[in-house]
Design a protein around this ligand. Structure first.
Ligand SMILES: O=C[C@H](O)COP(=O)(O)O
Length: 319
């Protein structure tokens, strides 16, 4: 990951004049996937880049050590060797950006990655009463400390939606700051749960406040809200990242999460980052896609690129 964002003192004056031109944001979001497209010969390279940015996630009530172990194996081997060879890619060692699990499964993930000789892949843990955050602050902070003690190197916290909806921005700031301290050396991603923030002005303000408090990434959603990662919200958040960078010099990462399932969408997300923040943000240090099933579609697309043209007349290896 990039250098840590140390955060700054809470500055209410940053929030006073926040304005979001909603129709313009929507127009821009609608044309993201069509105005610019990835040339056919570059598509596999873009898809492989997207793979390296995935936080490969399982956040289910029935998660066990064994499905987490399978996820970790996939994290280390996200794309089949024959596809990598077929694409004539030099680097056969690509992995996803991180594995993302509940706090109770962190130790399983750390153990499985170690067994797979893949401890370089960080384990990210959701925490702080994910997905609602409706537990006492003391409990939420303790949850972070336990996940870190078990080996999580990244912590995805949820912000206090009550504070955000009632305009208690200092309250949001103080809690996130305390969470950052509880993280120690682990990187902090703050989930805004934008589907529950009411409007885009709140999304922009929440983004700025989390960065002021020291977030290393801002993340759209838990994947459990009614509306999760969507492009209009993402545009508002990455523009807040740009403002924070211009004012402080710190680069904060962006993580859309929830409902991202198609390879085509993963390219559109990369395009959004390239156009709004530039090439520097086009890597796993500053960009992550939180997704549980996106990798399946990316592999399917890579399969078509490698074997598609032979499909009608040749036997296709299905293993
Ligand atoms: O942070 C990741 C999300 O919870 C995953 O959501 P998804 O299952 O819709 O891909």
């Amino acid at each position: 990951m990039s250098d840590r964002n140390p955060g700054i003192e809470f500055d209410a004056s940053w929030l006073e004049h926040v304005y979001v031109n909603l129709p313009a944001v929507k127009r821009r979001a609608e044309t993201l996937g069509t105005r610019r497209y990835v040339k056919k010969q570059w598509q596999s390279a873009w898809l492989l880049r997207a793979v390296t940015c995935i936080d490969l996630t399982t956040l289910s009530g029935d998660d066990t050590a064994s499905n987490v172990s399978r996820l970790c194996f996939k994290a280390k081997n996200p794309v089949r060797d024959d596809l990598i060879k077929g694409l004539q890619m030099e680097d056969a060692g690509i992995t996803v950006g991180a594995v993302c699990v509940y706090p109770n499964r962190v130790a399983d993930a750390v153990k499985a990655l170690k067994a797979a000789n893949a401890s370089h892949i960080p384990v990210a843990s959701v925490a702080t009463g994910f997905p609602t955050g409706q537990t006492p602050l003391k409990t939420r902070l303790e949850e972070i400390r336990m996940a870190v003690a078990d080996g999580a190197r990244e912590i995805d916290i949820v912000i206090n939606r009550e504070y955000a909806l009632t305009g208690n921005w200092r309250g949001v700031y103080e809690e996130v700051k305390a969470m950052r301290e509880a993280c120690g050396d682990a990187h902090l991603k703050t989930i805004l749960a934008t589907g529950e923030l009411g409007n885009m002005v709140n999304v922009y303000k929440a983004s700025l406040v989390c960065m002021m408090a020291g977030a290393d990434f801002i993340k759209t959603s838990t994947g459990k809200e009614g509306v999760n990662a969507i492009f209009p919200v993402a545009l508002v958040m990455v523009r807040a990242i740009r403002e924070y960078y211009q004012k402080t010099g710190y680069k904060v990462g962006f993580k859309p999460a929830g409902g991202i399932r198609s390879a085509k969408d993963s390219c559109t997300w990369l395009i959004l980052m390239k156009e709004e923040l530039g090439d520097e943000w086009l890597n796993g240090q500053l960009f992550r896609l939180g997704a549980s099933s996106l990798l399946i579609d990316i592999e399917r697309q890579l399969f078509h690129q490698v074997y598609g043209r032979y499909a009608a007349t040749h036997e296709i290896p299905m293993s």
